[in-house]
Ligand binder design. Structure first.
Ligand code: ADP
Length: 713
């Protein structure tokens, strides 16, 4: 399965400055980046969270036993990963670590949404988590709920008080009845109870006292009732002013006609209306809403009491004297009086910033694709596992294969069989070290012929430094290649044609030297010596060009045999002893090491190293030649105390016709083909060639080859 590429570093950089609160997550939920606004709001820095798993960076508040933010966010993300569709969440409590008090958390509420960004293949490339800090709004809402709870409690208290008044009244009635009864008894028995008058008067006095006490109680209850009414009024006032000054747009509709009972200033702005709509039915104030789906939802809230929300509703508002498109999430809640629904409270949360940020991200991706699609350069991307994730139109045009084919099979199968192994080796070793690479190869084109591509690959990294994959750009260099071919052919023909006359001149000069050995004419002898030296130089140059030309046309043959490298080095020692007297040349250590290789060509490499060491170091200085073996390899080195080579030049040294620019090298003859031939010979043996050097101190050239009998050494 192909993994989509993560967004480019530039895209992430650009997004970080968008003034909104969001995180960018990889499909495996690692934080790729966060907006500056987000970092400022939660008081943290990008380095602290980028590269971490979202729940490592933002764990649940451990002091909150029933914290479920992590679980809910994860459920939403899993849904997005499953459906590849945006998911908008209810408001969540998700506390953030308090940077100033380690181990402590700050209470926070968010209205998160998760939006996947898909690549051309429809795979999730990354997820945008937009989250608005709605803590204040939630706390305001809670205060509202608290206030209305208080209202309910007051009502309950009022009921209790009423019940108490009723029972007090009943008691009062009973007392009055008892009094009446006493009076009747008094009248009937006044005659014969004269004697008991005193005691009856006492009883009457007691009844009167009771009556007075009951009256006092009644007064106290009345006072309580008055206080309750006052509280009720104040609570209602508080509720109204909360709505009036709330920063988020709120309105209250009352009754089946949905009359505007309260509309705060923020909501009037959203609706584009004045306070004159208060008291008007909804359809009179906003006739355009008739028949709209939102109205069905309002009725549903009325009938069932179930809350209802609708997201990212587009509204055009006049801001700073201009019309501006804004987006709101709308929430509806039923309002109750005595257990029945009597109205609806609607609150709106502005999400313009989030919607715009999302649009900006989509637009930035779109811009990259438009640029890449309209370019003549072949552009492709791969992910961190080296899977191809994108090929632009130029690639599709070049190969004649549809994008789907290219993404599934890549480009490797289209490479010319002769170039394939070489190119893949370059690519894989660059990939392992995550460094840039350049290669040239032939690719099967739409017209079924091979075209030469010059390809450059650059590694991409996430802002946190982790490897994201490669971006490759290639251009068609077939015409240049053909020119080069023609040039090589020309050099080959000319060198070949020159070889016979130069060999003939050399032979005649040698005959002349033999014949004139005894002449007394010093000029003739010197002239002959100089001519022989120059013709030898010419032969070396012509041979060099012939070798290059043979190499280019694949006509160089490696004739392998088993031999001891120490023997070859010793032979070279004998030759150099007779030819070079300008330098002190030391051959040590020289260990016996058997290899299977082309003895003559390896000899050429050693001679080339030595003649360069002589050319590029001062007469009288020391040159050290060594041949050792370790790790199953033989290693030959030639060290000098010469001018050295800068790091910049070292990288190019083994390429054809490359010579270091400088005053020293200008005076020393050469064509820059010696090291190129050496490197081709060593690479064709499966060996390695390299140089270590410091300017002004000297250079050491090395090559290594696999040993013939690895187990023996
Ligand atoms: P040539 O010597 O004919 O120019 P080579 O391919 O042998 O070509 O070498 C390429 C270049 O590398 C040289 O021009 C020289 O600048 C540099 N070079 C090679 N060997 C040495 C050395 N031992 N010390 C310093 N520079 C060197």
């Amino acid at each position: 399965m192909l993994q989509p590429a993560l967004p480019s570093a530039e895209t992430l950089k650009a997004l970080e400055t968008v003034p909104n609160m969001y995180l960018i997550l990889s499909p495996d939920l690692y934080i790729l980046t966060a907006s500056n606004t987000y970092l400022a709001a939660i008081k943290t820095s990008r380095e602290k969270i980028v590269g971490k798993h979202i729940f490592e960076a933002f764990p649940d508040n451990p002091n909150l036993p029933d914290a479920d933010g992590m679980q809910n966010i994860n459920a939403s993300l899993q849904k997005v990963l499953q459906t590849k569709k945006p998911h908008f969440m209810q408001i969540q409590r998700y506390d953030v670590p308090d940077e100033n008090n380690p181990g402590q958390f700050i209470q926070r509420y968010w209205d998160p949404s998760h939006t996947p960004v898909l690549d051309e293949a429809g795979e999730i490339q990354y997820i945008i988590q937009l989250a608005n800090d709605v803590t204040e709004k939630v706390l305001t809402k809670e205060a509202l709920a608290e206030s209305s709870g208080q209202l309910h409690r007051l009502n309950d208290q009022l009921d209790d008080a009423n019940r108490e008044i009723v029972s007090a009244n009943q008691e009062l009635n009973r007392t009055v009845d008892a009094l009446k009864f006493s009076n009747q008894n008094l009248e009937a028995q006044v005659g014969d109870r004269t004697a008991e008058l005193a005691s009856t008067i006492e009883e009457l006095a007691a009844s009167n006292e009771e009556l007075a006490a009951t009256n006092e109680e009644l007064l106290a209850i009345q006072e309580d009732l008055y206080n309750l009414n006052t509280n009720l009024y104040e609570s209602e006032q508080r509720f109204r002013s909360l709505i009036e000054y709330a920063p988020l747009p709120i309105l209250v509709l009352k009754g089946q006609d949905m009359v505007f009972e309260m509309v705060n200033e923020a909501m009037l702005q959203v609706l584009g209306k004045s306070t004159s709509i208060i008291g008007e039915p909804l359809f009179k104030a906003l006739p355009e809403l008739k028949g709209q789906p939102v109205i069905d939802n309002l009725y549903h809230v009325y009938e069932t009491g179930e809350p209802f929300s609708t997201d990212a509703v587009q509204v055009t508002l006049e801001r700073n004297g201009k019309d501006e498109i804004c987006y709101f999430n709308l929430n509806y809640r039923a309002l109750y009086e005595g257990g029945t629904i009597t109205g609806i409270l609607q609150a709106a949360v502005e999400v313009t910033g989030q919607v715009r940020a999302h649009q900006a991200i989509v637009e930035s991706e779109e811009r990259f694709r438009t640029m890449a699609e309209s370019s003549h350069v072949l552009i492709a991307t791969s992910d961190e596992t080296s899977n191809a994730t994108y090929f632009n139109k130029a690639w599709i045009d070049m190969t004649g294969r549809p994008a789907k084919y290219m993404l599934e099979y890549g480009w490797a199968d289209l490479i010319h069989p002769e170039d394939k192994e070489h190119v893949l080796n370059i690519y894989l070793s660059a990939f392992n070290e995550k460094r840039p690479f350049t290669s040239e190869f032939r690719i099967l084109s739409a017209t079924e012929d091979y075209r030469w591509l010059l390809s450059k690959g650059s590694p991409r990294f996430h802002p946190n430094g982790t490897f994201a994959g490669y971006t490759g750009s290639s251009i068609d260099v077939t015409e240049q290649k053909l020119d080069e071919q023609r040039k090589n052919d020309f050099i080959g023909i000319v060198s070949h044609e020159l070889k016979t006359p130069v060999t003939t001149i050399y032979a005649y000069l040698q005959v002349l030297q033999g014949k004139l050995r005894k002449t007394q004419d010093a000029f003739i002898l010197t002239a002959l010596d100089k001519s022989v030296t120059q013709v030898k130089k010419m032969t070396t140059i012509i041979n060099g060009f012939l070798n290059v030309s043979r190499l280019e046309s694949g006509k160089i043959y490696i004739d392998k045999q088993r031999f001891d490298m120490a023997g070859l080095v010793k032979e070279t020692e004998t030759e150099t002893a007779t030819m070079i007297s300008s330098h002190q040349i030391i051959f040590a250590p020289v260990e016996p090491t058997f290899v299977i290789a082309d003895r003559d060509k390896i000899g050429q490499v050693i001679n080339n190293f030595i003649s360069n060491a002589v050319k590029y170091s001062a007469p009288g200085s020391t040159i050290n030649i060594a041949c050792i073996s370790f790790d199953g390899q033989t290693q030959v080195s030639v060290k000098d105390e010469g001018m050295g080579i800068s790091q910049k030049d070292i990288q190019q040294l083994f390429t054809r016709y490359y010579r270091v620019e400088g005053t020293h090298t200008q005076t020393i003859s050469g064509f820059g083909i010696g090291l190129y031939l050496c490197s081709e010979i060593i690479h064709r043996h499966g060996g390695k060639i390299w140089v270590e050097s410091e300017v002004g101190k000297g250079s050491a050239f090395y090559f290594s080859l696999p040993l013939a009998d690895k187990g023996l050494v």
